[in-house]
Ligand binder design. Structure first.
Ligand code: PLP
Ligand code: CA
Length: 302
C-alpha cells in the first residue's frame, strides 16, 4: 500500500469490500476473542459472511495450543469452525518441517507449549522438551557437563511461561554444536495479553534468548512471515487479491496481509488504538479500519 491513510469502514466501502473478496482471514486474539471471552457480535458476523459464500480462515500467532485445541476453543465459544479452517503458529512450525523434508530420524527440541508438541507429533515427528522440561534444574558446579541428544535437527521456540536455564542450555547446545540444526520461531510477538489487565513478554522474548546465545537468526513461521500464507494459498487455491486479512495488530496481521497482496482491515478491538494507527511514526496503514468485526453487520444493514 502506497502510504495512503486507512479509510474508516462505512456502508459504501464495506459493500465494495465484500463484493471484491472471496475469503476472509481472521486473526484470533483481539478480533474473534479476547483471552477466553468472545467479542460481541462475532458469531452473527461469521454466519453472515458464510451465508454470502465467503471462505473463512483463522490465523493465530499463539502457539500454546494445537489446531485441535483451538477447534475446541471455538466450539466452547459457540462458533462452528473446523480444524482445517485454523492455522496456528504451532501448526505452521510442524508444516515448515514437513514441506522442507525434515528427516524422520531427526528430532525437534521444543522450548514452548503443548500445542507445538502436539502438532509436531501429529505430523509424524519426534519432539523432545516442552512443558516436561519446565521442572528441570541445572546445578552449575564446576564438574557439571550437560548432555543433549545429538539427533536433534531443529529447535522450535514459542511462548514458554516455564522457560528455564535447562531449556536454554539444551536449545543452545543443539544449535551451537550442529551448524545444520534449524532454529524455528513460531512467532516473535514482543508481548501478549496472557491476562486481562496486563501485557506479558511474548514469544519474541524466548526467541531472543536463543538468538543471543547462538548468534543465529530464527526462521519465523508465524505472522508476518509469508510461510503460513503460502501454505494456505496452496491448500485452498485462493488468490490473495480476492482475500481480506482482518487483524488487530499492525506489525503482524496487517503486514502479513499486505506482504501477500491481500486487502486489509484493522479492528480496534485489540491492541491497536486509533491514536497508534494515526501516529506519524507508524508506517503500516491497512486499507480499512473499524472498531470491531460486527460493524460489518451494521454497515451492511443486516
Ligand atoms: N502469542 C501468545 C502467547 C498470545 O497470548 C497471543 C495473544 O493472546 C498471541 C501470540 C497473539 O495471538 P493472535 O495472533 O491470535 O492475536
Ligand atoms: Ca491479534
Amino acid at each position: 500500500r502506497s502510504g495512503a491513510a486507512a479509510e474508516l469502514l462505512c456502508g459504501v466501502n464495506a459493500k465494495a469490500l465484500l463484493d471484491s473478496v472471496d475469503a476472509f482471514l481472521f486473526d484470533c486474539d483481539g478480533v474473534i476473542w479476547k483471552g477466553d471471552k468472545l467479542i460481541d457480535g462475532v458469531s452473527q458476523t461469521l454466519d453472515l459472511l458464510r451465508s454470502k459464500g465467503k471462505k473463512l480462515v483463522f490465523v493465530t500467532n499463539n502457539s500454546t495450543k494445537s489446531r485441535a485445541q483451538y477447534a475446541n476453543k471455538f466450539r466452547s465459544l459457540g462458533l462452528s469452525v473446523t480444524q482445517d479452517e485454523i492455522f496456528s503458529s504451532s501448526f505452521a512450525a510442524a508444516m515448515y518441517l514437513k514441506v522442507n523434508h525434515f528427516p524422520p530420524n531427526k528430532k525437534a527440541y521444543v522450548i514452548g507449549g503443548e500445542g507445538i508438541l502436539q502438532e509436531l507429533q501429529l505430523a509424524g515427528f519426534t519432539a523432545l522438551g516442552g512443558p516436561e522440561d519446565g521442572e528441570k534444574r541445572v546445578q552449575l558446579k564446576s564438574s557439571c557437563f550437560f548432555e543433549h541428544d545429538k539427533n536433534v535437527g531443529a529447535v522450535v521456540v514459542g511462548l514458554d511461561p516455564d522457560i528455564n536455564y535447562y531449556k536454554l542450555q539444551y536449545g543452545t547446545l543443539c544449535i551451537r554444536e550442529n551448524p545444520g540444526c534449524l532454529f524455528i520461531a513460531t512467532n516473535c510477538d514482543s508481548v501478549g495479553h496472557m491476562t486481562d489487565l496486563q501485557e506479558w513478554p511474548g514469544a519474541g522474548c524466548m526467541v531472543g534468548a536463543i538468538c543471543g546465545s547462538t548468534g543465529r537468526e530464527p526462521i519465523v513461521v508465524g505472522k508476518p512471515s509469508t510461510f503460513m500464507m503460502e501454505f494456505l494459498l496452496q491448500k485452498f487455491h485462493m488468490s490473495p487479491s480476492r482475500m481480506c486479512m482482518v487483524g488487530d495488530r499492525l506489525d503482524t496481521d496487517i503486514l502479513f496481509g499486505q506482504n501477500a497482496g491481500c486487502k486489509t482491515l484493522l479492528v480496534l478491538s485489540g491492541v491497536t488504538t486509533e491514536s497508534i494507527l494515526g501516529d506519524s511514526s507508524n508506517s503500516i496503514q491497512p486499507d480499512y479500519y473499524t472498531s470491531k468485526v460486527s460493524d460489518i453487520l451494521k454497515l451492511l444493514g443486516e
